[in-house]
Ligand binder design. Structure first.
Ligand SMILES: [Cu+2]
Length: 596
């Protein structure tokens, strides 16, 4: 009963245009849903689409064992092939992750999405270059019981992509509840490369979650969490805690996806081997690159080559996330320094725990401070996955010197080499903005209106302090805490009050944003590091960026400027660009490119 009331309240809040949706926990949702009339169909104008592969994809409610004891109520994708290659769907056992969808370049795919959730939903194919009607724009969200038919040709080259919800203001909570899965694209060039295959080609989906005492997911995105992003207490890999894998003494290909709502990882090997990367986001690199560590933000993928013949049989190698600084607002950074070094536990301080106890029933439903009371601070060091080398391999592969050849975009290919289109990260009141605005469902500014089949030079930069920080700062949401009040509450961030001199509220909210552009991948031209005095902690992350290759998401560190070349080819319509910190996205840090 209480759940229904919560959902109803949430809808009311959404209808009022106030982004305060929250689910304190995911109890057993009502599973029986009345099938509603209405079937939305997305088709190219010709209506003559004939698919090679047809898939039924259900977004529904399920229960899976994650921790010892009670199973966890989750939202989960399931799928089956109804026509064509049965290998297009690879089901996974014992995880809330959806099946892997496996496509080949050039395939025509029809996916019928069935919404068996208790609320509206739409799915986005993150990384795929698909038509507007098949991209999962939130304006196409369907109600419980409805279906949505996607039709698209796989235009991508070989790579690792993923699918997840893109429902307006509900992306974070729906993805957190479990809705996510990998999309692997294969093509001839990639199939001809001597890369690890079969059991040696392993996905690693990294996420963080917080469980209540009954093993249920806890989530909240109100108040300070709308700004910081949700950060959990447990690291899960492929939906499992304490991920451990037995490996042979040979080369593996790990397809790493950061499927977390807002956590960044600084990936490194425990034996201090450099990290060898063969692909970024959805595309293989021209040649492998190595880094001492790799920074991976929410939504991003890297494919890592790791040869376990080096330590040899009997040894254990772990994939670590190393300590880093400077990605969060100054007040949070100040508060968490020191705690990170202690293994990270005990994030929010006495305030959060105090609130948790006040209700006399643990922290259930006690609001955002309680939900994040014991989170692992952003930037803490921890182990992500363990690999035991248990057997001697019969054979091995050598890392190819050359991987994938494709022409690079050049500055002269762009229509605006001297006037990059802006993607300005800013703040207005308690909201992060893009180009001075929050999300408008069908709206686009002039700078966001782009002629189809053009290649654009673009620049992502931080514009904090340049815009009005006026009256909206004073407004407070009913039933919620103010951003700054909340921040102070999160453990007595005494330093926050005295930071006005650094440029007002905007600077106080300066933090990292993983910026995701829908449509074809972009190429990074350059990163301009933060100005002197603005890049606290930049040294702890800067050697982990990969500018080579193609990307759909890029980390914009505080005060950092990223210049990129982005094609807008084939399809007209609305293509989103947004922060992939899902709490930021749901707090409307999202805009449309209108391709005309
Ligand atoms: Cu963001």
């Amino acid at each position: 009963m209480a759940d229904k009331v919560d959902l109803k309240r949430r809808r009311l809040i959404q209808a009022a245009g106030v982004g305060a949706a929250s689910l304190a926990a995911f109890p057993a949702f009502p599973i029986i849903l009345k099938r509603q009339a209405g079937r939305k169909v997305a088709r190219p104008p010709s209506g003559t689409f004939s698919p090679d592969v047809e898939i039924d994809l259900v977004a529904g409610v399920s229960r899976v064992p994650i921790l010892k004891g009670q199973p966890t109520s989750v939202w989960r994708y399931s799928a089956k092939v109804t026509k064509g290659d049965p290998g297009a769907v690879i089901p996974l056992q014992n995880t809330y992750l959806g099946p892997i969808l496996k496509f080949k370049t050039g395939q025509r795919v029809r996916i019928t999405l069935k919404n068996q959730l208790p609320e509206q939903h739409i799915t986005h194919w993150h990384g795929l270059h698909s038509p507007f009607e098949a991209d999962g724009h939130p304006s196409y969200a369907i109600r419980p019981g409805q279906e949505y038919v996607y039709e698209f040709e796989v235009k991508n080259q070989a790579g690792t992509n993923w699918y997840h919800p893109h429902t307006n203001m509900l992306t974070g909570s729906q993805a957190y509840a479990g809705l996510a899965g990998l999309i692997i694209v294969e093509d001839k060039q990639e199939q001809g490369l001597p890369l690890p295959r079969g059991e040696f080609d392993v996905p690693l989906v990294i996420q963080d979650r917080t469980f209540n005492e009954r093993n249920q997911f806890l989530y909240d995105r109100r108040g300070p969490i709308a700004m910081l992003g949700f950060l959990g207490e447990r690291i899960l890999v492929n939906g499992q805690p304490d991920f451990t894998m037995q490996v042979a003494s040979r080369a593996y290909r790990f397809r790493v996806l950061n499927g977390s709502n807002s956590r960044l990882y600084k990936l490194a090997w425990s034996d201090h081997s450099p990290v060898t990367v063969i692909a970024t986001d959805g595309a293989l690199l021209e040649k492998p690159v190595t880094r001492p560590y790799i920074m991976i933000g929410p939504g991003q993928r890297v494919e890592i080559w790791r040869d376990f013949s080096k330590p040899g049989v009997g040894k254990e190698i772990t994939l670590e996330s190393l300590e880093f600084e400077g990605t969060m607002p100054p007040g949070y950074e100040q508060q968490m320094r020191g705690r990170r070094a202690m293994g990270g536990r005990g994030g929010m301080g006495a305030m959060g725990r105090g609130m948790g106890m006040m209700g006399g029933r643990g922290r259930m439903g006690m609001g955002p401070l309680a939900v994040m009371a014991n989170h692992i601070p952003q930037g803490s060091a921890f182990t992500i996955a363990r690999f035991h080398v248990t057997r001697k391999a019969k054979d091995n592969l050598e890392l190819p010197k050359q991987l994938y050849s494709r022409p690079l975009y050049r500055l002269e290919d762009t229509v605006n080499p001297d006037h990059p289109r802006p993607i300005a990260i800013g703040t207005k009141g308690r909201h992060f903005t893009l180009n001075g605005k929050v999300f408008e469902m069908l709206g686009a500014l002039d700078v966001e209106t782009i002629p189809v089949n053009t290649i654009q030079l673009m620049e992502i930069f931080h514009a904090h302090g340049m815009e009005h920080e006026g009256e909206e700062n004073e407004k407070q949401e009913e039933g919620s805490m103010s951003m700054q009040g909340g921040m102070r509450g999160m453990g007595g961030m005494g330093g926050m009050g005295g930071m006005g001199g650094m440029g007002g509220g905007g600077m106080m909210m300066s933090m990292v944003h993983p910026i995701h552009l829908h449509g074809p991948y972009f190429q990074i031209v350059k990163r301009t590091p933060p100005r002197e005095g603005h890049g606290l902690g930049y040294d702890t992350v800067k050697d982990g960026f990969i500018n080579e290759g193609l990307h759909d998401t890029v980390l914009a560190m505080p005060d950092e400027r990223i210049t990129l070349i982005k094609p807008f080819t084939d399809y007209k319509g609305l293509f989103l660009y947004h922060c992939h910190n899902l709490e930021h996205e749901d707090a409307e840090m999202m805009r449309n490119f209108k391709v005309v």
